[in-house]
Design a protein around this ligand. Structure first.
Ligand code: ADP
Length: 259
């Protein structure tokens, strides 16, 4: 696995290109956006200047996750200027480009155009961009890979078989495009009952870790299914901003990503 530190050294040698890490998943709803936001906050707390591009056109959730006050990006000479979130993370989202509550029925060229506008925005002194990709292996992923060449990819999956099959497909896309895969994260692994503390495994557990082993990819860590993660996401208070066990789990994954 290739980490941010190495990419950062490469960036200093070549001042132009800022490292790009894509966060992908085979399916929607597995926690890719939640992970991206929490990784960004963890990396910012670790001293990196981080930006997040929310390219998930089907459900742009980074403004909710990272910027509950709902700032709108400004533009200068038609170049967008990334918004500063409360967590020291800069942000641009496809959600910034549509009206709230409006359906997104963009065609390929438009989504590619939106991605390009965000990627080529004014990111100030941002050292590292995390890209929250839509689920699957569609147009945006191809534009991302072909035009912006991510320096690494993190793939998220739940422990379920079906989700893992899709995650393997997402990884295959990166591999074919020679995007180094930093590793696989297992989300929603084990549910802790808030009342009795018993841990149950609604989606099984260990599946992503086993799959990472089979696919010879790095396993980056496991995040439990926890009410506080859902609540913190909905209220724009990423757990990585605090020091709860869940917040530390995200920070641990961020350390592996940046090593
Ligand atoms: P994706 O980006 O893969 O579509 P999201 O990050 O939007 O997924 O997560 C989908 C939903 O699941 C959100 O409501 C989110 O708050 C919730 N969620 C994600 N991860 C967890 C978790 N570990 N525990 C509880 N809820 C989670």
């Amino acid at each position: 696995a290739e980490g941010v530190s190495e990419v950062r050294v490469a960036m200093m040698a070549d001042k132009v290109k800022r490292p790009i890490i894509a966060v992908g998943s085979g399916k929607g709803g597995v926690g890719k956006s939640t992970l991206t936001a929490n990784l960004a906050v963890s990396l910012a707390r670790a001293g990196y200047k981080v930006g997040v591009v929310d390219a998930d056109i089907y459900g742009p959730s980074q403004p909710t996750l990272l910027d509950p006050s709902g700032q709108k990006p400004k533009a200068r000479d038609k170049q967008l200027i990334a918004v500063d979130s409360e967590f020291g993370v800069k942000l641009l989202s496809t959600g910034h480009m549509i009206e709230p509550g409006k359906a997104i029925a963009w065609r390929g060229p438009m989504t590619g155009g939106a991605l390009t506008q965000m990627m080529e925005a004014d990111w100030g002194d941002t050292e590292l961009l995390l890209i929250d990709l839509p689920p699957g292996t569609g147009d945006i992923q191809l534009t991302m890979i072909q035009k912006f060449k991510p320096d690494g990819a993190v793939v998220v999956s739940t422990p379920q078989d079906l989700s893992l099959i899709d995650a393997a497909r997402a990884m295959d896309l990166f591999r074919q495009a020679h995007v180094p895969i930093i590793g696989l994260v297992e989300n929603m692994a084990g549910y802790m009952c808030p009342h009795c503390g018993e841990i149950s495994d609604p989606f099984g557990t260990g599946g992503a870790q086993a799959a990472a082993g089979q696919l010879e990819e790095t396993f980056l860590g496991r995040i439990p299914l926890a009410m506080e993660i859902r609540v913190s996401s909905d209220t724009g208070q990423p757990l990585a901003a605090g020091d709860t066990p869940q917040g530390q789990a995200f920070a641990g994954i961020a350390r592996k990503v940046s090593d």
